[in-house]
Write a protein that binds this ligand. Sequence first.
Ligand code: G3H
Ligand code: 13P
Ligand code: NA
Ligand code: ZN
Length: 328
Amino acid sequence: SRITLRQLLDHAAENGYGVPAFNINNMEQGLAIMAAADAVDAPVIIQASRGARAYANDLVLAKLIEGLAELYPHIPLCMHLDHGNNEATCATAIQYGFTSVMMDGSLKADGKTPADWDYNVGITRKVVEMAHWGGVSVEGELGVLGSLEHGGGEQEDGHGVEGEISHDQLLTDPAEAVKFVKETEVDALAIAMGTSHGAYKFTRKPDGAILAMNVIEEIHRRLPNTHLVMHGSSSVPQDLQDIINAYGGEMPQTWGVPVEEIQRGIKHGVRKINIDTDNRMAMTGQIRKVLTENKGEFDPRKYLKPAMDAMTKLCKQRFEEFGTAGQA
Ligand code: G3H
Ligand code: 13P
Ligand code: NA
Ligand code: ZN
């Protein structure tokens, strides 16, 4: 059944677990996430980006979610807008039945230019007022997502921000976080501590110099009742890189966020953990494998079924690692 982000993360905080938020673009990903949740009895957050909404079509996406919820009525399901960029994208998501929206005011509506304090507080506060009229939750973001190692700027995945980003902006300031939550009344706060979107986060296994988990601990100390969100939280597992590269892929060696660092975050207020890249890689590895081993194959089910199964396996693993399993 449908649940808001606030309801789900309140339960997660009371019981000391984290909830992965998996991105969805199509039916296969939706079925894979729900099969994993059902197998381990976990509540789920399914999130769609603006790109996903354009790709699948809002109406088809909404009906897909309706179908998934009906198929698994015993699984609490939060449908969340990932990186809403203005009031309108948040409002239309709510019209299509999303129970939670992210208003990412850390960047201007172009999704590239870092925004100032007044812009972020103003637009986030406005979305919170509007969403709360209808009982919908809101996630805000303070601090600019981007690799500390690369000094922000353009990332290899093209998700980078425009211009020079100072080291300061890449780490959320704990004192500002307190002020931001008070002024906006967001239900959850996404923070920046050195991660970035996509597969190319770090060129080595991250340590405290490039993945600042201590920032999370300090924010949690000052905001013990605020649900924290980690974006860019794919672990980019070595075995998935290896499968892709064994079957014709050419992904340069890379490192993501180690699961044990996320588990450390969960001990310090992290309740929502955004994961897209790992699932993309899990699916792509199997598609490459099937098509490489069976060059005459042309039935999409023959490669999409293994792709779904690989995604289900990854999702189950994260539910277990984050303590979500058994909490539905
Ligand atoms: O924000 C990053 C998520 O992985 C969604 O990516 O905008 O390509 O759908 P996307
Ligand atoms: P990854 O690219 O690390 O999976 O992060 C996804 C994300 O933060 C979506 O908002
Ligand atoms: Na989000
Ligand atoms: Zn994100």
